[in-house]
Design a protein around this ligand. Structure first.
Ligand SMILES: Cc1cc2nc3c(=O)[nH]c(=O)nc-3n(C[C@H](O)[C@H](O)[C@H](O)COP(=O)(O)OP(=O)(O)OC[C@H]3O[C@@H](n4cnc5c(N)ncnc54)[C@H](O)[C@@H]3O)c2cc1C
Length: 408
């Protein structure tokens, strides 16, 4: 198998790299060079709204540079302001962005809500919402899960009852970051009498509509990354259903498949492994590791490197399947499992390498190895095997859709 770029792909990669090298603001290079990663919600949008003038300017300048280069929305068709890149070009683009740790403009909402609108929205809905999504004016919240409806998402109970030209929404959503979001794309039960997958609609709504409240949930790292969100008598115009009424499940499955095919993962993990290697090669790293402990972790680190190579190969396979318009659901599930569990194993090994210094939580402390990178990731990576569909569910997908095993 030859993984090398074709001449055209190499030229495209050079173009993306040049754009990043000459335009990525200093703030993002600094963040990439060291320090603790920031939580789930801490992407480009947070910088765009930050009170810190440098973060704010960095977000704007980076968005403008991507826009000028024609890369604001790599996957979207050009008529909606996208770059219309082929699947393999998107793969190369995402890989180069991940190598530089350059933030994607628009974040997850842009790719998920944008994809739903482009594939299933009406022309009026696209014209209304896509430009503001692209410019960052709309920050999206994904309102799918509920208490008792995560893995079994189709059991969701949050009701949207038709009342003339409007729906009235009542109920609760759980997880997702609704605080600070401008719009929600969510799943709501519009026909309680239909079989559970068939009575759900995919609705978008303005988060400033009266009747919506959010309460933060503190996760293991102490950050308020996600929320519980309550809807009480929230009135939404009926023309804000995406796709057919009661057929929202179909739109949601389309969106979730996109969420799971994360090709930047392999690059991020390799970077983590290289950072750990660079650390243990330093005098300070050897002191932290106390000699013997490092010897004991050598095989573990070598194994993580091998596993990251497997993840790279799976990512290439997904890209080539997508490029050939072939199904890739079970491969995407495999990639999610490999990436999330490898991050957990690597963080576990790294905290052993840190020894007792792994307990230093203050990233700025002189005693924190790598600014506590893996102390943080050890806790934060717990989330990775849960959100976007738990790893048990991904294994079910591989068993049934990939291997043709009967449903249990
Ligand atoms: C940090 C974070 C961010 C999130 N962000 C969002 C978001 O933006 N929007 C959103 O809508 N949701 C979001 N979620 C919700 C996430 O998708 C759900 O938490 C996840 O799907 C699991 O559902 P649950 O929490 O209801 O757990 P449950 O479904 O109750 O699962 C509990 C346990 O049982 C196992 N299990 C359940 N069913 C099966 C089965 N059939 N076979 C084998 N094992 C099974 C699960 O794997 C898990 O270990 C987020 C969650 C987290 C933790």
């Amino acid at each position: 198998m030859d993984w090398a770029d074709s001449p055209q792909q190499a030229a495209f990669r050079a173009q993306v790299r040049a754009l990043i090298d000459s335009n990525l603001p200093a703030l993002y290079w600094r963040r990439a060079a060291g320090g603790r990663p920031r939580g789930l919600g801490a992407a480009w949008h947070e910088d765009l709204r930050s009170a810190d003038p440098e973060a704010n300017a960095a977000a704007r300048d980076w968005a403008a540079a991507l826009h000028a280069g024609g890369f604001s929305a790599p996957a979207w068709p050009p008529e909606y302001g996208g770059a219309g890149l082929s699947t393999l070009e998107q793969f190369i683009f995402n890989q180069e962005m991940a190598v530089a740790q350059a933030p994607a403009v628009g974040g997850g909402g842009y790719s998920l809500a944008g994809a739903a609108l482009i594939a299933h929205g009406t022309e009026a809905q696209r014209r209304r919402l896509l430009p503001q999504t692209l410019s960052g004016e709309i920050h999206w919240y994904q309102g799918f899960s509920e208490p008792g409806a995560g893995s079994d998402l189709a059991s969701l109970q949050c009701r949207a009852v038709r009342d003339g030209d409007e729906y009235v929404i009542d109920g609760q959503k759980l997880w997702g970051r609704s605080r600070g979001a401008d719009w929600c794309f969510g799943l709501f039960r519009t026909d309680p009498l239909a079989p559970k997958h068939r009575g759900i609609s995919f609705i978008v709504l303005d988060m400033r509509t009266p009747g919506i409240t959010s309460r933060p949930i503190i996760t293991l790292t102490g950050e308020a990354e996600v929320d519980e969100t309550f809807f009480e008598g929230v009135r939404v115009p009926a023309d804000q259903v995406i796709g057919e009424e009661h057929r929202g499940w179909h739109v949601a499955m389309y969106v979730l498949d996109i969420e799971r095919s994360n090709v930047g993962n392999a690059v991020g993990l390799r970077r983590y492994i290289e950072a750990l290697l660079a650390h243990v090669r330093t005098e300070r790293g050897r002191v932290h590791a106390g000699g013997g402990r490092l010897t004991r972790q050598r095989h573990a680190i070598a194994q993580h490197y091998i596993d990251s190579e497997i993840l790279f190969n799976v990512s290439y396979r997904i890209a080539s399947l997508q490029g050939a318009n072939l199904p890739n659901t079970s491969e995407s599930s495999a990639s999610k499992i490999l990436g999330s569990e490898l991050t957990q194993r690597l963080s576990n090994t790294a905290t052993k390498v840190y020894g007792l210094y792994a307990n230093v939580w203050d990233a700025e402390s002189e005693h924190a190895p790598q600014h506590g990178l893996f102390s943080y990731e050890y806790l934060h990576s717990v989330l990775l095997t849960i959100y976007g569909g738990t790893n048990e569910i991904q294994r079910n997908v591989i068993a049934t859709r990939g291997l043709g095993l009967p449903r249990g």
